[in-house]
Design a protein around this ligand. Sequence first.
Ligand SMILES: [Zn+2]
Length: 437
Amino acid sequence: MTFQCLSLVFAGFVWLANPLQAQQASVTASPASAPASFDPAEATKAWLNTVPAEKRAKSDAYFEGGYWLILWNFLVGAAIAIFLLASKWSARLRDFAERTTNSKSIQVAIYAVGYVLIVAVLSFPLAFYQLFLREHQYGFATQTFGPWFVEQLVGLVVAFIASSIALAVFYWVFRHAPNSWWIWGTLVAVVLSFIGNFIAPIYVEPLFNTYKPLTDAKIRDPILAMAQANEIPVKQVFEVDASRQTTRVSANVSGMLGTTRIALNDNLLKQCTLPEIRAVMAHEMGHYVLNHGAKLTIYFGVVALFGFGIANVAFDWAVRRWGQRWDVRGIADPAGFPLLMLIFLTFAFLMTPILNSITRTIEREADQFGINTSREPDGEAKVALKLGAYRKLDPTPLEEFIFFDHPSGRARIQMAMDWKAAHLPAGNLDAPEPATD
Ligand SMILES: [Zn+2]
C-alpha cells in the first residue's frame, strides 16, 4: 500500500526529443528578458507548439490510458475482494490463523500475510501489464523482466511487514472499540500513514535505489543557496540512481527536523539544464516550506474519516445480509477485511476527482513558490514540456479536474509566462527601481 499522493514526488518522463529542440524553443518562443509587449497567452501557445504532433498524440494516449487503468484497478480489486468473501477463502485463512496461535494480534498478522500474498498473485496480470509491459511499450522503463520481478518480490516482503503491523494495530482497535472503531480507525490510519511516510526514505527507498551526496558544485551550490534563502536546514543535496528503473525526471524533499533531505535523480541531472533543475528543486522546496506534508495529512485525515463513517454503516449492513454466507462475524473479525477493502476501494474510486483536486491544489502552490524562488519561467516551461511526455499537455478543464493530480503542462507554462510578463523587480537596494513611472 503506497500513498502516492503523499509522496510529494515531482515526477515525469524525459522528453525524448532532441534536447536542442527545447533549447531553441526558449529563443524563438520566449526571449530571456520579456519585452513590454510580451503576451503570456501567445508565449504559452508558442511553447506548446514546439511539441511535434506525433509526440503529443503519444503522450495523450499514454495519459488517457491511465484513466481506464483507474477503472480496471478498481474493478479487479473489487472482484478479488468479492471472490475472497464469497469463496470463503478469507474465512478459511482466518480459521488457519486461529488454529496456529492463540494470540489475536499474531492471528491478524498471519491473516495479513496470507491476504497480501493472495491479492498479489491474483492482481499480478494487471500489475504486469501496467507497470512492465505498458511502460516498455511507451519506452519509459529501463529494466528487463528479471530485475523488475525481483523488485516486485522485495516490494511484496515490505508489504508483508507493513500490512501485518498495520492490520494488527487496526484490529486491536476494532476489538477494543466495537462501536466507535471507525473514529479510532481514522486516527490510526492518519498516524500510520505519517509514520510510513517518515520512515520510507530511511528504510524502504534504499531497498530499490542508492542515494549519494551530489558533488558537482555547479549544480549543488545553486540548489543549496535556494535552500538557505528559505531556511531549509540542509547542508548537502543527494543524487538518486532512478535511471535503474525509469527515464523519469524527478526530485523530492523528505524527512523532518534533523533528517531533512533534498534529493534529485540522475535523469534530472543528465537531461536538464541548470535553470530547469533550479525550477524543479524550488518547487520541491515549496512543499517543505509550505508544510505540505502536514497539510496533506490533515486533508486526507478528513477524507479518511468520511470513508470510515461510510464503512461503519456499509460494513454492518453487508454483514447482516451476507455475514453467515461469508462466515464473517463482525468488524473485529479479520475474515471481514476484504469487505472493508471493497468499501474503501469503492469510496476512493468515487472520490478520485476530489483526491486529485486536493493534490493538484497543493502542487499548484508549490509551483507558485517555485517560480518565485527560482525566478526561472523559461526553465519551468521547459520542464513542464518534459513532464508532458507522460502527462497530457493540454486537457479540457473537466479532464484536469477529474484526472490530474498535478497541474497540466499548459497550466504550468501559463503560470510561468504570467510571472514572466509581470516584470517583477529584483529588489536590489543599490539600484532601486522607481516606485512609479
Ligand atoms: Zn510537487
